[in-house]
Design a binder for this molecule. Structure first.
Ligand code: GDP
Length: 194
């Protein structure tokens, strides 16, 4: 699958605005500023397909892209930004919760996590909730270039333990160096045919 053959499709602000469920879709979730936009841009080899965030927590829409008319990529709004209002947080939960619970064509949620930091409660909760709903989830530990190889392994093992998963169930990634991008493409390609 050629991820460079990507096209913007639409932005949905409510579940009612989602496109018809024509293709399987992979959604990307993560805390604000974690590097989700950079990861998507690296995946599709575009500098600025997804705007890297100036204002964390601002985007409240689901942005849909198609790849080769066979797969949707869905950029979800970032979560966990401390300074958003209670109302904005509630809107996120309603929109994303409603989307994840109801979208029958959702085949995988890529959860982007910063490799350098301790596991955050919101990330753990999201992954537990996806498991409960039986939605496949792929944790991707990003910003790996900021750590030595030895530290990457050590930090990844801690995150794995916190999420109770094995090394082959997640990817260590860097948008800067491209580490892990081939593994991510390979993983997502398996969903295009589903
Ligand atoms: P988003 O809010 O999750 O979409 O995060 P962005 O993609 O906008 O990235 C937030 C900041 O982290 C930006 O300054 C990026 O340049 C930086 N960043 C993102 N990914 C990486 C990475 O893999 N390595 C490094 N060193 N910096 C990154």
């Amino acid at each position: 699958m050629d991820f460079r053959k990507v096209q913007f499709c639409l932005s949905a602000h409510t579940v009612g605005q989602l496109p018809p469920p024509e293709y399987p879709e992979v959604a990307f979730a993560g805390r604000s500023n974690v590097g989700k936009s950079s990861l998507i841009n690296r995946l599709v080899e575009r500098v600025n397909l997804v705007k890297t965030s100036g204002k964390p927590g601002k985007t409240q829409s689901l942005n849909y892209f198609t790849v080769e008319n066979t797969l949707y990529l869905v950029d979800l709004p970032g979560y966990g930004f401390a300074r958003v209002s209670h109302q904005t947080r509630q809107k996120w939960e309603e929109l994303i919760g409603g989307y994840i619970e109801s979208r029958s064509t959702l085949v995988c949620v890529v959860v982007v996590i910063d490799l350098r930091h301790e596991l955050k409660e919101l990330d753990r909760e999201l992954i537990q909730w996806l498991r409960y709903l039986d939605v496949p989830c792929l944790p991707v530990y990003t910003k790996a270039d900021k750590l030595s190889f030895g530290r990457q392994q050590k930090h990844a093992a801690l995150l794995d333990a916190g999420l109770t998963l094995y090394a082959d169930q997640r990817i260590i990634f860097s948008a800067r160096t491209g580490q892990g991008v081939a593994a991510l493409r390979q993983h997502l390609t398996t969903y295009a045919a589903s």
